[in-house]
Ligand binder design. Structure first.
Ligand code: C5P
Length: 397
């Protein structure tokens, strides 16, 4: 699978470093050649001897090791790989990468490399949620660095939440996807995202609280697997990811037009929170106070974009995926919705108040397919997106 591929594996200083030993085994079993780099903090958690024994290669750790510089300079070391993997990527390493610091071997290699980089963040939940780490993460993804995880769960420090390093098997899957040319390369995915704005008059509109975070995460995951992505987005708080073909719209009607124009696609994922109704005949001028009491708004139904595409007799994408935001009886309602809309899959989530999902960083979903319902554990929206997109790649294969 990874035969002959060279991985430069940078092991940062966190308790999750013990999992990087299992990652080395997985990579070498898949045929990869692993060149390990251990930071000084990393060597507090795993020994250079165990790392080199598993990798079957010398461990590099010191920028100032003159023997290494004579054998292989740090610039050359940064370029020998097909992929640089940082696991665990600590908050400190991420901060250094985002700032472009180069004060040890690992950070120098990361600054000097011209090779794609994949990071597996691992840190305490508060550190992961800290605005500084959020800023660093968005700088790194903006720089084209791929991210796997973190997962949500119990942490070594006794707290619970997002911050656990992705499991070695998931990191291995992410490495394989990047190095195999991408399971979705040559495929076109159409993704809708964000809310719609339905005008009342030229200055007022009706909207909803969708942030567009889940749609953007799905787009990033699809890009990571090599897909071409058409991203039709309403006015969302979360920016369209770099690398997509972004088509910006405001209303449901515009979204339907943009979706139709972006077809054909191999798969279409409808993550947008489309307004079900729009104001019938919005006023052409600002509605003023004092014109015979409060205005009465009349509504008319918006086109159902998902149902429209799912029901296309010609040019229907091979796979049509909808979302169902439910507040009760999630599985039953979503199963009924799948049948009503005629789509292939529905990803259902509980958006009841208190779930923190709408506009939050996490999602707990149930996948409804023709084979039944599958509950997925609560995870970051990126992890949910990666899992969904991997399933789509499997279904299209
Ligand atoms: O009917 P409901 O709004 O719950 O359905 C949600 C799913 O349908 C989502 O996938 C959403 O993107 C899609 N949808 C749509 N057009 C609409 C309403 C919903 O594409 N007008």
């Amino acid at each position: 699978m990874l035969t002959g591929k060279r991985i430069l594996l940078i092991i940062g200083g966190g308790i999750a470093a013990y999992k990087s030993l299992e990652l080395i085994r997985g990579l070498t079993r898949a045929g990869a050649l692993v060149t390990p780099v251990l930071t000084r903090a990393g060597s507090e958690f795993v020994t250079p001897l165990s790392v080199s024994a598993l990798a079957g290669e010398k461990v590099y750790s010191d920028l100032w090791d003159l023997t290494d510089e004579a054998e292989m300079g740090h610039i050359q070391l940064s370029r020998v790989a097909d992929l640089v993997v940082v696991a665990p990527a600590t908050a400190d390493l991420m901060a250094k990468m985002a700032a472009g610091l180069a004060d040890d071997l690992a950070s120098t290699l990361l600054l000097a490399t011209d090779t794609p980089v994949l990071i597996a963040p691992a840190m305490n939940v508060r550190m992961w949620q800290h605005p500084a780490t959020r800023r660093n993460l968005s700088a790194l993804t903006g720089d084209g660095i791929a991210v796997v995880g973190p997962a949500v769960g119990d942490m070594a420090c006794g707290e619970h939440g997002p911050g656990r390093m992705a499991e070695p098997a998931d990191i291995l899957a992410a490495v394989t996807a990047r190095l195999s040319g991408g399971a979705l390369s040559g495929r076109h995915l159409l993704i809708t995202s964000g809310p719609t704005h339905e005008p009342i008059d030229p200055v007022r509109y009706i909207a909803n609280r969708s942030s567009g975070a889940q749609g953007a995460a799905i787009a990033r995951a699809a890009l990571a697997l090599g897909a071409r992505v058409s991203f039709v987005t309403g006015p969302a708080a979360v920016a369209a990811p770099d690398g997509v073909e972004a088509i910006r719209v405001e209303t449901a009607q515009q979204m339907l037009e943009a979706v139709t124009a972006a077809l054909p696609a191999d798969a279409a994922i409808f993550a947008a929170a489309v307004a079900d109704w729009r104001v019938a005949g919005p006023s052409g001028s600002k509605i003023k106070k004092g014109q015979g009491g409060s205005p009465v708004l009349e509504f008319t139904e918006n086109p159902d974009i998902l149902a429209h595409v799912a029901g296309m007799a010609e040019g229907r994408p091979l796979l049509v995926v909808g979302f169902a935001a439910e507040t009760d009886d999630v599985t039953a309602n979503a199963t009924a919705k799948r049948a009503r809309k005629g789509c292939d899959w529905i990803l259902a989530n509980d958006v009841s108040p208190g779930s923190g999902i709408m506009g939050g960083a996490e999602n707990a979903v149930t996948l409804i397919t023709g084979d039944g319902a599958e509950d997925w554990p609560r995870a970051g929206k990126d992890a949910v997106a990666a899992r969904l997109v991997a399933r789509i790649a499997e279904a299209l294969a």
